[in-house]
Design a binder for this molecule. Sequence first.
Ligand code: AHR
Length: 665
Amino acid sequence: MKPATTTCHHRIIALTFLLAIALVQAQVAFAQTRNITVQVNQPAGAIPKTLFGLFFEDINFGADGGLYPERVKNRSFEFPNPMMGWKQLDRGDSKGQLYVFDHGSVNETPNSHYLRIKSDGKAFGVSNEGFRGIGVQKDAEYKFSMRARRVDSPPVTLHIEIEDGNHVVGETQVVVLTNAWKTYEATLRARDNISKGHLNLIVQGNGTVDIDLISLYPGDTWQNRPNGLRSDLVKLLKEMKPGFLRFPGGCIVEGRYLDQRYQWKTTIGDLDERKLIINRWNTEFNWRLTPDYYQSFGLGYYEYFQLAEDIGAEPLPIINCGMACQFNSGELAPLEDLDHYIQDAIDLIEFANAPVNTAWGRKRSEMGHPKPFNLKMIGVGNEQWGPQYVERYEVFAKVLKQKYPNISLVTSAGPAPEGERFTFLWQKMRELKADLIDEHYYMAPLWFRENSGRYDNYPRNGPKVFAGEYAAQSVGIASPDNRNNWECALSEAAFITGLERNSDVVNMSSYAPLFGHVDAWQWTPNLIWFDNLRSYGTPNYYVQKMFSVNKGTQRLPILLDGSAKNGQNELYTSAAMDEVTREVIVKIINTGSEAKETRITLSGAQRVAQSGKAFVLQSEDLKAENSLDQPTRIAPVEKQLQLADGKFSYSVLPRSFTVLRVPLR
Ligand code: AHR
């Protein structure tokens, strides 16, 4: 047995030891609590309404096969191979011939081709493969339409069906009565879901018929418009509350050659007045060839303006400035020959803004929109560089600025966020007093984390910045292995706090590209992915959306442990006041793998409500992604925030993006 004094002595030592540990732990915890101070009583300036917007380009089947929900590919036989997407269909012992004609159609220019089906048997016709298949939804209605005429034969009956190789899910019959071109329409209701089906047109018995402008169009379009857009995709866009919509690109504006550039006038009017051209992404990447990629322009300039209006975004069209893509031919329109290009820009502004008693205003009105679209800005060229760009921009700017002093011009800073081309263009554009300079950064996630302070020291006078195309590349620019993973999204979030803090200089920003068809893409990563029936927002989408819907109206200074430097200790922050809802909005990104304890002080806030809200986007797994089957694996979670007064503690989850909304009373 031990003496009592020894036991007591041991106890004292053990207690002292435990106390010491507790003290160290308390000190560590105290040291790890970061102080975030939002200077609510020192608003630093208005946040531009356009700070967060959208970049749309017809890449990855973003228009035809995507936002533009026409199911029939090559519907007018105008692809260079007029039968691309179509194949002959014989049923049983039937016989027949197919002929493509290049004149005699309803509209000779630009839609001259049509198909003749001559059936000598029981059931002979054609099948269309759609855009990587035809998708239809159970119980939904689809409008079939075509131009047709019978040829030297009695009325011809066409059997129309949608099938996927296993079963027919919708069918109807159309009787072509006359030998003059006429539009025939029918409605099909799908009995089942299929995402990779075909549309078949089969002549019953003997007969010859000419067909053109074949269409299978969903009844459910955005706002139920005929020729309307795919509603699930527009919904995803609208929910972001975007400040602007840039269209139609991107390199597509430039074309590989000048004759393949985007020309807005050929994209408006009746569908068969719109001139199909190749999509420049068709053969851009050897490892992702899409030889069936063309632009039908069913989604054209009128629809872009309408889309911008529908989702509450300012339209921002980008026009060709007489330069083809410098990554391809780099073809140039001679300087003394730019009139045609400039006239296109002028006419575009007129089409958007002029009253209905003018030629272009009337055209807009005839298409269904008498009210002007109120265009306020236009991009001169896309991602151009070099002195040849500056020379052309100057010619454009001289004319446009004189005629439309209130229209802002967006100019290029080239394809990279630094380097010789970038520095040259910034210097020149500064001298020329450009309005908005479009910077592009397709960089590694680390670059985004390291560059949250990029704009802290940009000059406060002179041109404003449009961060017009950016996305973190998990592998490298244009790599087909890039992923829309959480590391990329979280790094972008860290970077965007820097855009918010500097929104007196950065007036606009947009992630790029916007859309990717899971079976038909050329470029990755993209903000939103879809197949023929479904769609989902990536973690990057939710980052963009959380910033945009929580933008606020006034910038507020924010300090971490008394310092304004962003990105210390793996914490990135920004703050704003929403003067409409009277809420203080705090954004905190923790890129570290440990939670961070914070003490948040809203300095100068008179009184705060007893509760607020937290929206948290988080995953511990940096490789995590969303998918068609798990569309919201990473999506914001809403939580209640208990508030005693203008000071409160908040534990920031590891690898998370949090938005706090604190109502003032
Ligand atoms: O977003 C994809 C492409 O990247 C754009 O078309 C172009 O502007 C940039 O190089």
